[in-house]
Design a protein around this ligand. Sequence first.
Ligand code: OGA
Ligand code: MN
Length: 210
Amino acid sequence: MSDAVLASDALNFDAIIAAFYQHGWVWLPHFLSNELNTALLHEAQHNANLTPAGIGRQNAHQLNQQIRRDATQWFDGQSDAQQHYLALMARLQLIFNRRCFLGLFDFECHFARYNKGDYYQKHVDAFSGRSNRVLTTVSYLNSVSAGGELALYDEQDQLIDRFRPTAGSLVLFESERFPHEVLPALDVRYSIAGWFRKNASINGVLDPAS
Ligand code: OGA
Ligand code: MN
């Protein structure tokens, strides 16, 4: 995969930054190239060892099936497809740091699969002052006909919009600001959820990565 095909030709970083500046979130319908999308979807379907997700960083294995029912696997950076995805996100990180002075320090992400009936109840990805997650990203790897929409809410808890996952699309939003939920899936739904983090230290100890 050459650098030129990493991201879709339509990708316009100026437009991304402008929309982000105005709203704090941005939806990009054509973020991944077909080639990268296909490779990542193949890996999520056939190679990844997706297991029921836990909630909370302190106790990642504590399952809470009431709140979320997706199955996830963190990237290990081993495959070509993962490396290309991480390179693409590194480009985004650089641009956001240059243009928005966000001080993004690193990026972590996992594959996720929602089977029919799976959902993730309304939540925020970061609590003010208690997390170093700054930006949330979700790339969607397949198109669904119905169900599994991402519902995004504003700080007053008013619905901003519902987004139907389509292959190659990406949503990006400030992790502390926007409650959101995944509505029950009807079709199996594959995605990559990721977080850009700032370098927070607590009592002089660097916050561990996971
Ligand atoms: C998450 C999440 C949204 C989505 O994994 O924290 O909110 O649309 N995912 O998959
Ligand atoms: Mn979330």
